[in-house]
Design a protein around this ligand. Structure first.
Ligand code: IMP
Ligand code: MG
Length: 186
């Protein structure tokens, strides 16, 4: 694993690369057991889930397929707009498929609730959700993830795919963004 100095815009590291990979391996075992023989379709919610999706998929010991979707409930700030827009849709017919939505973080829950209902309408055999991070304190939509990596406090986090204004996605760890970074630009 790489040794990376803490980015100056972050106040602390919440989860190191090693901690993230360890938890992902546990989640991969669970999914492999639960989806044996079902050929699940893993749906990556771009862009934020890119690293989680990729690392999680590699821990699976069962066959699966991939698809990608771009949906957004966020503007450029740190607050949800409450509306979800599909900017890039799936390329798979999901009728009768076992769909697993792989998300980076569930915050208000608006995005995941929308996608879950949308995929159910399309005739999926089942739609389950896995999120790396769960911020339960901010939930407004009635949804809980079926699988979750870590429960986090109500702080704005970046890294390992998560961004603030499209930046910090490439950090290999997850950390807390200093409030002055976003307070200055709101
Ligand atoms: P929700 O619809 O409010 O659950 O928002 C989900 C999306 O909001 C995530 O996929 C992220 O893109 C974004 N988001 C929510 N909280 C954070 C955060 O702490 N850091 C970075 N992005 C976040
Ligand atoms: Mg996102």
């Amino acid at each position: 694993m790489t040794q990376t100095a803490l980015h100056p815009d972050l106040s602390e590291v919440l989860y190191s690369e090693e901690t993230i990979q360890h938890r992902i391996a546990e989640l991969g075992k669970e999914l492999s057991a639960d989806y044996a023989g079902k050929m699940p379709l893993l749906v990556c919610t771009l862009k934020g889930a890119i690293h989680f999706f990729s690392d999680l998929a590699k821990t699976l010991s069962i066959d699966c397929e991939y698809d990608f979707i771009v949906a957004s409930s966020y503007g450029e700030g740190t607050e949800t707009s409450g509306k979800v827009l599909i900017k890039k849709d799936l390329s798979t017919d999901i009728r009768d498929r076992y769909v697993i939505i792989v998300d980076d973080i569930i915050d208000s829950g608006v995005t995941l609730k929308f996608l879950t209902e949308e995929f159910a309408k399309r005739g999926a055999a089942s739609v389950k959700t896995i999120t790396l991070l769960n911020k339960p304190s901010r939930r407004t939509a009635a949804i809980t993830a079926d699988y979750a990596g870590f429960e986090i406090p109500n702080k704005f986090v970046v890294g390992y795919g998560l961004d603030y204004q499209q930046r910090y996605r490439n950090l290999p760890y997850i950390g807390i963004l200093k409030p002055q970074v976003y307070e200055n630009s709101l």
